[in-house]
Design a protein around this ligand. Structure first.
Ligand code: C5P
Length: 228
């Protein structure tokens, strides 16, 4: 039988890497909820609702009806790419600029309500692996398998820095580490659905774990949950 797998944790803990591997191995659908918050942030930037020194939560809230998000499966990549109002924004939503504003936008309750509703609809059928900050606590509190991923801020900043560098983004390690720490703070301190480990989530610290070893370990957990 198929189950719902919820993966939560701080930024750059490797949630999406693990989620993509699981989806491929198990034939599940992968949903990257961070991409949805990023796409709303990109929309807010394009329409002047957010900048480094300004956030118009009311304006964005009033405009939410204008935002349509969907994933289009890319067979070459093996996962869905994010589309904002019909335009592929997969690349634009991964910049440090979006990363530095997304947590502020994700604090807006109306934004969370809209995205949570869409996520729940996407997970109606079992066989979904979804990653984010509130999947095991808010989106799918009944998920059969919940994983809470952690790693030290330095390990995570190093990983994100290498990724951005590989894409040709001219960032410094210090700027990335600062962004990781800022997002950790906002994500754990916001009033609405702060990042916390669900009581029944399994904590997975991968600071010293290879991707392969991690995948094998999680596949065993999945097998244990699906054998009944
Ligand atoms: O996972 P990713 O780092 O792409 O997420 C970007 C940001 O979106 C997070 O730092 C967090 O502020 C927000 N987010 C959220 N709830 C989710 C997924 C992401 O608040 N379920």
């Amino acid at each position: 039988k198929k189950i719902t797998i919820a993966i939560d944790g701080f930024s750059s803990t490797g949630k999406s890497t693990l989620a993509k591997q699981l989806a491929q191995q198990l034939g599940y659908v992968y949903v990257d909820t961070g991409a949805m918050y990023r796409a709303v942030t990109l929309y807010a930037m394009q329409h002047g609702f957010v900048s480094p020194h300004h956030l118009d939560a009311e304006g964005l809230t009033a405009d939410l009806k204008q935002i349509t998000l969907h994933f289009v499966f890319n067979t070459e990549l093996g996962y869905g790419e994010m589309y904002l109002n019909g335009v592929n924004v997969e690349r634009e939503i991964r910049t440090l600029e979006v990363s530095s504003l997304v947590s502020k936008v994700a604090e807006i309750s109306a934004v969370r309500a809209k995205l949570v509703e869409q996520q729940q609809a996407m997970g109606k059928e079992k066989g979904v692996v979804m990653d984010g900050r509130d999947i095991g606590t808010v989106v799918f509190p009944d998920a059969a398998l919940k994983i809470y991923m952690t790693a030290s801020p330095e390990t995570r900043a190093q990983r994100r820095f290498a990724e951005l560098q590989a894409k040709g983004d001219s960032v410094t390690y210090e700027a990335v580490l600062q962004n990781v720490n800022e997002r950790d703070y906002i994500d754990t301190h916001r009033a609405d659905s702060p990042l916390v480990k669900a009581d029944d989530a399994i904590e997975l610290d991968n600071s010293n774990l290879s991707r392969e070893a991690q995948l094998q370990r999680v596949l065993e957990w999945v097998a244990a949950k699906t054998k009944s």
